[in-house]
Design a protein. Structure first.
Length: 278
């Protein structure tokens, strides 16, 4: 009996120790599980933050995001053409973007604006179909933006097949425009073979409000582009006056015209290469 009691006592001690050890292990495992859940939650939060676009910190970033959203909506609905709107529409259109004009203005406060669009875009869209048209636009956008970046311009707005771009100086705008035409003419991309772009350039001061810019000179640049034909770059007399004598481009008198919505007659000039540096 004594021996049995001793065995039972030892067994009880062993079981007690095992229970204590098991309890400790369970507590440690529970703590590790909680820590792992916290790490997992933090990783998910970090991933969510990385995938979610951060709020736009500057006027330029807000403008770029609106450009992307606007272009997407326009392309989704198959709308083409940029210059078929009234003077008032153009003014409002330019005022929609919060770009940092101060960083683009020349010393005299002027900005050179470039407008471009694809000639006959509506009929081209109809002939190609929406799927091929969207692919063409993607190739066209990439080509235009490449030249704009090279000459340090800033895309203010895109709408369908059209661009509005701001440059600090007139020569940079002219060289970018001629570069776009040259790249289109030499492109090996089959999607761009039917594309002919018309471009207009104008230099002038603009009305600024909270980083927006709009007004008569915005409309003037658009009207100049409206007079160009595919493959042509036209510029206003203000661009001619803004160019230095040693500029890499030359302007040749092309026409004396009226511009819809703007009073008087206006001299337009065809922009041509002076040196093979474009």
């Amino acid at each position: 009996m004594i021996a049995l009691a001793v065995v039972l006592a030892v067994a009880a001690l062993v079981l007690g120790a095992a229970l204590v050890l098991t309890r400790q292990r369970l507590s440690a495992a529970r703590a590790e599980l909680v820590a792992e859940q916290e790490r997992s939650a933090q990783l998910e939060a970090d991933l969510d933050a990385a995938l979610r676009p951060r709020p736009a910190a500057t006027a330029t970033e807000r403008a770029v995001r609106r450009v992307v959203e606007t272009a997407s909506r326009v392309r989704e609905h198959g709308i083409a053409g940029l210059l078929e709107r009234s003077l008032e529409d153009l003014t409002s259109w330019a005022a929609d973007e919060r770009t940092e004009i101060v960083n683009l203005a020349a010393a005299d406060g002027t900005v050179t604006l470039l407008f471009s669009d694809i000639e006959g875009s509506t009929s081209l869209n109809h002939r190609l179909g929406d799927a091929a048209w969207v692919k063409l636009l993607a190739a066209h956008d990439q080509l235009v933006r490449s030249r704009v970046d090279r000459y340090r311009g800033q895309v203010v707005k895109t709408a369908g097949d059209g661009f509005m771009v701001a440059f600090r100086d007139a020569e940079a705008a002219c060289r970018a425009a001629l570069g776009i035409q040259k790249d289109l003419g030499r492109s090996l991309d089959a999607r761009l073979r039917p594309v002919r772009v018309r471009i207009g350039i104008h230099t002038g001061t603009v009305v600024s409000r909270d980083g927006d810019y709009f007004g008569r000179n915005v409309a003037m640049a658009a009207r100049v582009a409206d007079k160009a034909v595919g493959g042509e770059v036209l510029a206003s007399g203000a661009v001619l006056a803004a160019l230095d004598d040693d500029a890499a481009v030359t302007l040749v008198k092309a026409a004396d015209v009226e511009l819809r919505g703007l009073p008087g007659r206006h001299d337009l000039y065809r922009v041509e290469r002076r040196r093979a540096s474009l």
